[in-house]
Design a binder for this molecule. Structure first.
Ligand code: ADP
Ligand code: MG
Length: 333
């Protein structure tokens, strides 16, 4: 029923550490001192078929560790994990054939050869028949706008071009479940948008399930209706992105273009003035008063344009990381 089921997952790493200096090294030879890193510490969630879920958290929160457990690269310390009904760390061929893990910071393409060579290797590994290979390759070429990139030596591709080829290699076997770990990292804005659009199209076309981590909130906002947020290996939020925004951001931003510029002090009673560049003014107002303030502005000034916006998603997520989810306040006029 669910494509991904995680129940009370824990993944601890035992790390050896030694006291500094010669005597420290000597002592650690005799008695190994270990420390436990609780990378993932009791998290549970489920993901339904076809869902795209943003998996967020600050650096070191445990995202990559979770994705590695889910794709069967790591053995869980405790808890239960099922993906498409399989136990990932058993790494059964039927499981591996239906999932993929893409890590923006790692590459599977062979550096000195054209990407097509890696695709041919994957074709053999996944035992993809010739006709299916050709069909999928045509589709991926179209979706990713690959052109002739696959026949160029990988080392000669730009980062963005290489990422497109990486995605082609990772999706050649048409996996049903995609674990994407920072797939757009380091790409320029245009290429980020292309990769993002590709993920959306792949999801729509194949009904694939996607668990996605990204530092770029534009990726998350464009792709995921639902987000799961973890911090220090604990689950902090699991739910609608929109609901989260409403709960966490206690204010909205009203931007007005006035017919004539006014002194910022005149605007003070309306809220916290964020910026006043001539006739264009941005004011931060409590969420619950947005409509009332907007109406008053329209009444008291000659206004050419007025927009009401949520604060930037980066800011909101940062706020969650630093520990504040509050009750939603209804937007009363
Ligand atoms: N192989 C490892 N050995 C020991 N500690 C690790 C290892 N991999 C990750 N960690 C630690 O586990 C925690 C979670 O790391 P990670 O899953 O990479 O977080 P994220 O992807 O959210 O940045 C961090 O404290 C990290 O230092
Ligand atoms: Mg990571």
């Amino acid at each position: 029923m669910y494509h991904i089921e995680v129940r009370h997952l824990k993944k601890y790493y035992e790390v050896h550490h030694k006291a500094p200096g010669f005597w420290g090294s000597l002592r650690s030879l005799v008695r190994r001192e270990t420390r436990t890193v609780r990378a993932v510490d009791d998290i549970s969630f489920t993901v339904a078929p076809g869902e795209i879920v943003g998996f967020l958290g600050p650096n070191g929160a445990g995202k990559t560790t979770t994705l590695k457990v889910l794709s069967g690269l790591l053995y869980p310390t405790a808890g239960e994990v099922r993906v498409l009904g399989f136990t990932p760390h058993e790494r059964q061929p039927a499981f591996l054939r239906q999932i993929t893990l893409v890590m923006g910071q790692k590459q599977q393409l062979l550096w000195d050869l054209p990407a097509i060579e890696t695709l041919l290797i994957n074709k053999a590994i996944y035992e993809i028949p010739d006709d299916e290979f050709r069909r999928t390759l045509d589709e991926l070429t179209e979706l990713l706008e690959l052109g002739t990139l696959l026949t160029k030596q990988v080392r000669k591709l730009s980062l963005g071009e290489r990422m497109k080829c990486e995605l082609a290699a990772a999706l050649l076997h048409r996996p049903k479940v995609l674990f994407l770990d920072e797939p757009t990292i380091g790409l320029d804005v245009t290429m980020q948008a292309k990769v993002r659009q590709f993920i959306a199209e792949y999801n729509a076309r194949y009904g694939a399930t996607v668990l996605l981590t990204s530092h770029y909130m534009a990726d998350v906002a464009a792709l995921a209706k639902r987000v799961i947020i973890i911090d220090h290996g604990h689950l902090v939020y699991d739910g609608d992105l929109e609901t989260l925004v409403q709960q966490v951001a206690p204010y909205k931003v009203i931007t007005v273009t006035l017919r004539q510029s006014v002194s910022p002090s005149v605007l003070k009673p309306f809220g916290h003035v964020l910026a006043a560049n001539g006739v264009k003014v941005s004011i931060q107002v409590p969420r619950g008063t947005t409509s009332r303030v907007a109406a008053r502005l329209l009444q008291e000034f000659a206004v050419d344009d007025l927009t009401i916006e949520e604060p930037p998603l980066e800011e909101i997520i940062q706020h969650v990381f630093t520990g504040g989810i509050r009750e939603a306040s209804p937007d009363v006029a």
